[in-house]
Ligand binder design. Structure first.
Ligand code: SAT
Ligand code: MN
Length: 587
């Protein structure tokens, strides 16, 4: 089925290990898609939603034990454990292969094995990379068809002599005790078993485009990042492109599709990607970004016409919903969607909804939908060289400490601030929700190698260009003493992006502080917003006492990387400590 002998040999080897009944090479066609859907409707994997109001939309209810990424079962298997670093679970590659191959043995008996050639990145881009995912899940195939460019053209890319990442996936027994997501960056290989959930099973996404790609990016001199990409158009029609990193379920999809508030007349946001960016230095010294993905795998709860109208207009057709609730009219439903709560709902586990048993939709329920359906989809999204990035923005979910926005003093300080990002945990990964953890560059679960080496790689860009983007930090999630959010967020985040754009254009002022450059409250356009001037001042305030503790905490975390921590990062910690204590004494 392929002219590439290496690929053919690997597919044969996998088939003799897993013993499928049939092998199906995925071509990505409409007919094939139709057949797969028909099969899944017949075996109950999918349920058809209301054809009139949600044409060509389907609902999948996963195993209740399989609803999120499993970071404790995710491994980076490098020859030297130090290369994986303290930020990853490590296993010796030979041991890991033996362990999972035991589980893969005969696991596809009675099943079809699908071979999915896929391309991450636009067709014709020098930055796009290929992969092949072998899976026994038809659900994975139809999701991959939305999230990546699959089939004939991807296979052509591989048969043209380009390298490809090998990803072997099986839902296995869906047993959390027999679940592993293993990465072998030195072999460009992924083996995932026991889960059908997005980040564990759609191997082009986090496994390939972040963990394996970040490893490749270091050796080849580029960056694979957990970032959305958007274009901000000002009233003169000028577009500024930015990329922004936030941990999972912190509103990346909302920011990527932001609708300008009416008061900011003439401003508009264009969407290029909502989750992953591959960044390369151009000949002009600027950093250029492509989105390796072709679709959105977004969190449903909280999505509505008021929080993300573009998203609502994207997902009303040709979408796959996973673990949302369903109305009696067979429409998808989730907490936070527009309109009153229907009296009759089927919850995400297929039971009549009972509030006593928790929310109707799972908090990490998702939609999968093509990016091209988004009304704000940029005409630059498929351009082979990508878009030039003027600002890199980092943020976390912090109810205290971090101000609404600040700018880093320079590239080294920016890398430090990004390495120091922390966030309260969400439902996107299994584990406790709401605990503060350090999540450098929002890559904690996704960096395929030692964070200390990763920061050194980031720092190395300073030597290679004088036209690097400015680096900013934002926090939309500050809370007041009553526990209410102080900043309205959503569309109003454009007010912060405006200041960022103006800083990039050299138009806006900033005030220097030990932690970075801050706007004056008056420099944020609050026109049409019901926000007290004291609130914006509070959102921008830096409390030296609190920051003293924060920097101690950052120091403790970064120091845990030992001798591998770059000296330039250590120098930033020392400088900020000194300046904060000077400001405490001055006060
Ligand atoms: O990991 S997923 O891709 O399934 C979702 C996320 O956490 O961003
Ligand atoms: Mn993500």
């Amino acid at each position: 089925m392929t002219k590439n002998p290496e690929l053919a040999a690997w597919v044969d080897a996998v088939a003799s290990l897993t013993k499928p009944d049939n092998i199906h090479w995925v071509d990505g066609s409409e007919t094939e898609y139709g057949d797969l859907i028909k099969g899944m409707l017949a075996d109950g994997t999918l349920e058809k939603l209301n054809e009139e109001t949600y044409p060509n939309c389907f609902l999948h209810r996963s195993d209740p034990n399989d609803v999120a990424r499993v970071e404790h079962l995710t491994f980076v298997c490098t020859t030297d454990s130090e290369d994986a670093g303290p930020n990853n679970n490590w296993m010796d590659p030979a041991e890991a292969h033996t362990k999972v191959d035991e589980l893969f043995k005969g696991c596809m008996r009675g099943r079809t094995m699908y071979v999915i050639p896929y391309l991450m990145g636009p067709y014709g881009s020098p930055f796009s990379r290929a992969g092949v995912e072998i899976t026994d899940s038809a659900y994975v195939v139809v999701n991959m068809r939305i999230m990546a460019r699959i089939g004939r053209r991807a296979l052509d890319h591989i048969e043209g002599g380009n390298s490809f990442v090998r990803g072997l996936h099986s839902v296995g027994e869906l047993d959390p005790e027999k679940r592993f997501v293993m990465h072998f960056p030195e072999e460009l290989m992924i083996k995932s078993i026991g889960s059908g959930y997005g980040g564990n099973a759609l191997l082009g996404k986090k496994c390939h485009a972040l963990r394996i790609a970040s490893w490749q990016a270091r050796t080849e001199g580029w960056l694979a990042e957990h970032m959305l990409i958007l274009g901000i158009e000002d009233p003169t029609g000028n577009k500024t492109y930015v990329a922004a990193a936030f941990p999972s379920a912190c509103g990346k999809t909302n920011l990527a599709m932001l609708v300008a508030p009416p008061a900011l007349d003439g401003w508009k946001v264009w969407t290029i990607g909502d989750d992953i960016a591959w960044l390369h230095l151009g000949e002009d010294g600027r950093l250029w970004a492509i989105n390796p993905e072709a679709g959105f795998f977004g969190v449903a709860p909280g999505t509505s016409l008021s929080t993300n109208a573009n998203c609502m207009h994207t997902l009303g057709r040709n979408a796959i919903y996973t673990n949302v609730a369903m109305t009696s009219d067979k429409e998808p439903w989730w907490e936070g969607i527009d309109g009153p709560k229907p009296s009759e709902l089927i919850d995400w586990q297929g039971r009549p909804h009972d509030v006593e048993k928790g929310p109707a939709a799972h908090p990490n329920s998702r939609f999968t939908v093509a990016a091209s359906q988004c009304p704000s989809y940029s005409d630059q999204a498929n351009v082979p060289q990508g878009v030039p990035i003027s600002a890199l923005i980092f943020g976390g979910r912090r109810s205290a400490v971090a101000p609404l926005v600040f700018e880093a003093l320079d590239w080294e300080h920016g890398v430090f601030t990004a390495a120091a990002v922390a966030s309260e945990t969400t439902a996107a990964a299994t584990g406790k929700v709401g605990q503060v953890r350090r999540d450098p560059m929002a890559m904690k679960p996704f960096c395929g190698y030692n964070f200390a080496d990763y920061w050194a790689h980031w720092l190395s860009f300073k030597e290679r260009s004088e036209k690097l983007p400015k680096i900013f930090n934002v926090n939309w999630f500050r809370k007041d003493a009553n526990g209410s959010f102080m900043w309205p967020g959503f569309g109003d985040n454009l007010r912060v992006l405006q200041w960022i754009v103006e800083r990039c254009q050299g138009k806006a002022d900033a005030i220097k502080s030990p932690i970075g450059l801050l706007p004056d409250g008056k420099d944020i356009d609050l026109n049409g917003l019901d926000l007290e001037p004291e609130t914006i001042d509070a959102l921008l305030a830096i409390d030296p006492e609190i920051w003293h503790t924060e920097v101690e905490d950052i120091d403790e975390y970064l120091s845990s990387f030992g001798d591998r921590l770059p000296g330039a990062i250590r120098a930033q910690i020392d400088r900020i400590k000194r300046e904060i204590s000077e400001s405490q004494h001055a006060a």
